[in-house]
Design a protein around this ligand. Structure first.
Ligand SMILES: [Zn+2]
Length: 317
């Protein structure tokens, strides 16, 4: 494994911050393919950082025992927003900038936009396929899923099916996505899968291990890793179109108490949870599934207000 600094800067207090890339070179002069894994654009999303650790550990061991397995190149960028990860905040510290909204626009003069440009350039020269790991925010727990912007789906779904996620959600293109890393890489014709899993500031080992298996399978399927003992078979994800996703909202301000976890098969009418009023002991809303399907998002943060998202159900046709 080789380590390289792709950006560095000095903080006002004199500390030097480095953004690192760990690389596993190919044995071949011309690598079969080059795959990159990026994590930590949002500093409070730790699931991807942990998956990068698992990947690095697994690949280091493979390099030691079967160096001939590396037919392609692998690059891992485990914490691309290191100061935000260090303190567990979503945004680039001090400037409160969303790092995943700094890509592809006119060159800004902030440190975040300079680092974004360097990351984008480095990825374009290092990768044919990119995986960008995200966890959910502090409010919602997400089953392991791939989010694809409509328009890129034809290229991305055939790669996404190897990743051992529960679902692939194709969603409409919104203007706010145009400044993300994933959108700009895909616009540059480098297929980039955005994986979303778990919840911010937590690590779900079950989800992380499932995605690790998916990533090893993806590397195997695209010919980057060739071994005699291929990874265990992965599950085929459900592919969900925008019209199949039903959102469940709170009608009141109060406390949401979930009565179920993420659930593969929830029946129409089944109770998801309740919204309660702390002051008068009343249940304000019994929250039920409007349709049968896969409850793939569930609210974890209890504080709600009218319109707050409590869950999402994918109708399975
Ligand atoms: Zn994120």
């Amino acid at each position: 494994m080789q380590s390289q600094t792709i950006s560095s800067y000095q903080t006002p207090s004199g500390q030097r911050v480095e953004i690192l890339k760990q690389s596993f070179p190919s044995l071949r002069k011309r690598p079969v393919k080059k795959v990159a894994f990026v994590s930590g654009l949002h500093g409070n999303e730790l699931e991807g950082v942990y998956i990068c650790h698992l990947l690095t550990k697994h690949l280091s061991e493979l390099q030691r025992t079967q160096p001939e397995a590396f037919q392609g190149e692998i690059h891992i960028y485990p914490t691309v927003n290191p100061q935000a990860t260090a303190i567990g905040t979503r945004l680039w510290p001090f400037l409160s900038i969303d790092y995943n909204r700094q890509f592809g626009g006119p060159d800004g003069n902030s440190l975040a936009s300079k680092c974004a440009q360097e990351l984008l350039n480095d990825l374009k020269s290092s990768a044919d396929i990119v995986i960008d790991f995200h966890a959910s925010n502090l409010h919602l727990k997400e089953t392991p899923q791939i989010r694809i912007t409509e328009g890129f789906h034809k290229k991305l779904i055939p790669l996404g099916v190897h990743c051992n996620t529960d679902l692939i959600w194709v969603h409409p293109s919104l203007p706010m996505f145009k400044s993300t890393l994933g959108y700009n890489m895909n616009q540059s014709k480098i297929p980039t899968l955005v994986i979303e899993t778990g919840i911010a500031l937590r690590i779900n080992q079950n989800f992380s291990n499932r995605i690790l298996l998916g990533m090893l399978n993806l590397l195997y399927q695209v010919g980057v890793i060739v071994t005699n003992n291929p990874p265990a078979p992965v599950k085929r994800p459900i592919i969900v179109q925008p019209s199949q996703v039903i959102q469940v909202h709170s009608k009141h301000a109060g406390l949401f108490v979930g009565h179920t976890d993420i659930k593969k098969k929830i029946a129409a009418g089944e109770v998801i949870g309740e919204v309660v009023d702390a002051q008068n002991g009343q249940t304000l809303q019994e929250v039920t599934a409007a349709e049968s399907g896969f409850l793939f998002t569930i609210r974890e943060h209890p504080l709600v207000y009218p319109g707050a998202l409590l869950g999402r159900i994918a109708k399975i046709t």
